[in-house]
Write a protein that binds this ligand. Structure first.
Ligand code: ATP
Length: 597
């Protein structure tokens, strides 16, 4: 009989994937735990499944399996999570499971700024075990720490098709960082959540700031309490008949089991107004508690009647501190250590782990870069980190390296985006163009250039900006410098001819010209008064005076058209003649009334 060696391939009896014999035990622990969790979480709305994002199936407490263990899955936490528990002094077993609003500290210390964790622990700072890079550049902790050694689970987490952000989605407020204005101690929402008295909510905030995650936490909580069920729909893929079906089920649940239904609708702004109307009576009579999430300003995108029945919660971009805590939690779960000081000489880190897998380190500067570059979008930050680590690991494998160090440049590649994130389709688009317009109006050439840069570097259509400059040239500069309009139209046409990136300088030149130009709203205001006059006119509009009319036919002439008209060029003296209708004689649209522009 052949001797079993560590390089033998064996099949996992649970997921049927192939693994090295040496790895199968640790994989099996993890796989069994997953299977158990999945069994407890059938994928149906009636199961009270927490919200799932864009077709990704979120694990119930995906973050780290250790959370699953804490939440009482019954999994043997030590054997399964030994890798992560090493060096996690605050992490204990199931008995320490944090409740939904538990104040228990986890690996990190709490911090008000970051939402929960103290800054001095934000990176879970550790040094590479037994390492001394470049003399005293890097001082290490004792070798037995060993956290950076990459284990099978960590590797799976990194290579698994599910994005890291999804796996890290918190299930308790303890792991939910930032958003202190709405969720800090003594806030209304927090106390409502604590009493499990969830009102209908409209969560409004930029991408990746935690709208779905907050709903996910509410879901986990409502599931635990058992007095309500949680149903998730995405407005991008749900038909009106499906919505009706969900409402019917909600009515039955309430009637038969006295259970409320909390309905989470992601991207609710994608439902049209009549689809949104479907919810109205049911929110009104309490059959469903609606939680909508939207990146768009709900005052424009959500039915006013529905909006008035919901409490609007405005979530903000995550602060750098909050991002740091989110990243720290991810690093901790992946067993990646932070190098406090720069030292890219990975070859000089002594490998003391004896593991066949490379150890991973990340420079603090690189982490700080993610926290700053992801622009408050935790999904972008976490997935950028994952990509950077994955690519370094692949490179290390090819080069048979024992350690990898992730540096700032790798992170920038991982984020795969410019420093500027800009939501071209959403509210940010209007906010930035408005800021540009107002900066030019205020003759602040610096600010004008800055907002222009924010838009162009974020991928804005240059013609959209150019059109606004043309409008500005007339509305705000007007006759104070009629050349402004010529400049703006020329910039528009130039952009049309050459496109980005060459046209950026045309727009910059024009924006600065307009910012520096003298301003006059004389014509703009006068025209507004004309519009107002027409709008407020009562009765039929006065006829065009006969002498101003053209008379191309005999009949028209015989009716008096053009009669008495004085052709100005025929006169050497100024001509006395009325051009306004009789009843408007003497009206001056250019006259500024008090309290009126
Ligand atoms: N406040 C937070 N605390 C901890 N992790 C967060 C927080 N916000 C977001 N995350 C992480 O980022 C991921 C994406 O967040 P989430 O899906 O909640 O964003 P969102 O606001 O719903 O974005 P979108 O509008 O793009 O759907 C989550 O899976 C989670 O890992």
């Amino acid at each position: 009989m052949a001797q079993e060696s560590s390089s033998d391939i064996v099949q996992c009896p649970v997921c049927l994937r192939d693994f090295k014999a040496a790895d199968i035990n640790s994989h099996l622990d993890n796989c069994l735990l997953q299977a158990e969790v999945n069994e407890q979480e059938p994928e149906s709305e009636s199961s009270g499944e927490p919200p799932r994002k864009k077709q990704c199936t979120a694990e119930p407490c995906p973050a780290m399996s250790s959370w699953g263990a804490k939440e009482g899955s019954g999994a043997p936490s030590t054997s399964v999570f030994s890798l992560f528990q090493k060096g996690k002094p605050g992490t204990t077993g199931a008995s320490d499971a944090p409740g939904f609003f538990s104040s228990k500290r986890t690996t990190f210390e709490k911090s008000e700024e970051a939402g929960h964790f103290a800054n001095n622990h934000k990176w879970g700072k550790r040094s590479a075990p037994g390492v001394d890079v470049s003399g005293d550049q890097l001082r290490s902790k004792p070798a037995q720490d060993g956290l950076a050694t990459l284990g099978t689970q960590t590797r799976e987490k990194l290579y698994d098709s599910k994005p890291l952000a999804e796996k890290m989605r918190p299930c308790t407020l303890d792991d939910y960082f930032g958003q202190n204005k709405v969720l800090g101690e003594n806030t209304l929402l927090r106390s409502l959540l604590e009493t499990q008295d969830i009102p209908s909510l409209m969560l409004w905030g930029p991408p990746g700031c935690g709208k779905t995650t907050l709903a996910h936490i509410i879901a986990t909580n409502s599931k635990k309490s058992g007095n309500s069920r949680f149903v998730t729909l995405s407005a991008t893929s749900t038909s009106t008949s499906e919505v009706r079906e969900v409402i019917k089920q909600a009515q039955n649940e309430l009637k038969l089991f006295k259970r409320k239904t909390i309905l989470f609708i992601d991207e609710i702004h994608r439902f049209n107004k009549s689809q949104q109307d479907t919810f109205l009576p049911h929110v009104e009579c309490g059959t469903i508690t609606l939680i909508g999430a939207t990146t768009e300003n709900p005052s424009f995108q959500v039915n006013a009647a529905l909006l008035s029945r919901c409490r609007v919660i405005v979530l903000e971009k995550l602060s750098v501190e909050a991002m740091e805590s989110i990243l720290a939690r991810a690093l901790d779960s992946l067993g990646i250590q932070v190098l406090e000081q720069e030292g890219d000489d990975s070859a000089s880190i002594r490998d003391i782990s004896g593991s066949s897998e490379p150890s991973i380190y990340i420079e603090q500067k690189a982490l700080s870069t993610i926290a700053h570059l992801c622009d408050g979008d935790a999904r972008a930050g976490l997935n950028g980190l994952q990509l950077a680590v994955q690519s370094r690991l692949s490179a290390a494998r090819l080069g048979q390296l024992k350690q990898v160090i992730v540096q700032e440049d790798h992170i920038k590649e991982g984020l795969q985006r410019s420093h500027i994130l800009y939501d071209k389709a959403g509210e940010e688009h209007y906010n930035c163009i408005s800021a540009l317009h107002k900066s030019m109006r205020g003759s602040d050439e610096n600010a004008a250039l800055y907002w222009l840069g924010r838009m162009l570097e974020g991928g804005e259509d240059p013609l959209y900006v150019a059109r606004r400059l043309v409008r500005f040239a007339s509305e705000d500069v007007g006759l104070a410098d009629p050349m402004a309009l010529t400049h703006a139209v020329a910039a528009f046409q130039g952009c049309h001819f050459i496109g980005m990136p060459e046209c950026e300088v045309l727009l910059a030149q024009c924006a600065v010209y307009l910012a520096r130009a003298p301003k006059s709203i004389e014509v703009y205001s006068a025209y507004n008064r004309v519009k107002e006059c027409l709008k407020s006119h009562k009765g039929p509009l006065p006829p065009v005076p006969l002498h101003l009319r053209n008379a191309p036919t005999k009949l028209m002439k015989s009716l008096g058209y053009a009669k008495g008209y004085k052709y100005n060029p025929s006169f050497t003296e100024p001509v006395e003649q009325d051009y306004l209708p009789e009843e408007m004689k003497g009206t001056n649209f250019f006259q500024r009334k008090p309290n009126n522009f």
